[in-house]
Design a protein around this ligand. Structure first.
Ligand SMILES: [Zn+2]
Length: 207
């Protein structure tokens, strides 16, 4: 157990319950302070689980580019699979929904697609990822900013805020754009010329 003077000692089960965080781990640890690893596990159980995929808003989305049925494809991969902080790679900001064909079509461009879909939220996650690769034991105030260090995001959801307030899974507005508009924007964002046709359908909008 951590000494009371350790900065992480204030992360207690009581805190987790206050924020509505629940996991089976809480049944075991009562109200004693949590170790850094335990705290990560508890955070991951709440903020890093994959249940968001089952939420109707996420489930009903189709392939971002062609509109066919697709799967959520991960963008970044943890360099430290056994590290308890790796739950952040399960965050929705690390996924784009693509069908099988479009996964092949955009091979090598998933990060750019992630930028287009998630904007500041993906940039913030990637900034943490780059640090995590080099410094897996990076610490910050995870009680207030459970997702990633506050310097990696702005203050709003759109800007990638890692605050508790902005931690719930939320479907990005760009994924809800009409299909043709989405295709145009993706082509433009990835730097394809208007005349280039990816996937067969003509771009109907001026983009
Ligand atoms: Zn597709």
């Amino acid at each position: 157990m951590l000494p009371e003077t350790h900065p992480l000692a204030r992360y207690s089960a009581e805190f987790c319950l206050e924020y509505g965080i629940w996991s089976k781990h809480l049944q075991r640890i009562a109200s004693r302070p949590l170790s850094d690893e335990e705290f990560e596990v508890v955070l991951g159980a709440d903020f890093g689980d994959s249940e968001w995929r089952k939420e109707p808003g996420f489930r009903k989305l189709k392939c971002l580019y062609c509109g066919k049925s697709g799967l959520w494809r991960p963008i970044l991969t943890t360099p430290h699979p056994d590290h308890p902080a790796s739950w952040r790679y399960n965050r929705p900001e690390n996924f784009v929904k693509l069908c099988r064909s479009c996964r092949v079509r955009f091979k090598g461009k998933l990060e750019r697609l992630g930028e287009w879909v998630w904007g500041g939220r993906f940039w913030a996650l990637r900034a943490w990822h780059e640090h995590f690769c080099q410094h897996p034991d990076l610490t910050w105030d995870k009680e207030v900013y459970p997702l990633w260090p506050p310097e990696f995001g702005g203050t709003s959801w759109e800007e990638g805020s890692p605050a508790v307030l902005h931690s719930a899974a939320r479907v990005p507005e760009r994924a809800l754009l009409p299909l043709e508009e989405r295709r145009c924007q993706i082509r433009s964002f990835l730097g394809y010329k208007t005349s280039e046709i990816l996937g067969g359908a003509q771009c109907l909008l001026s983009c």
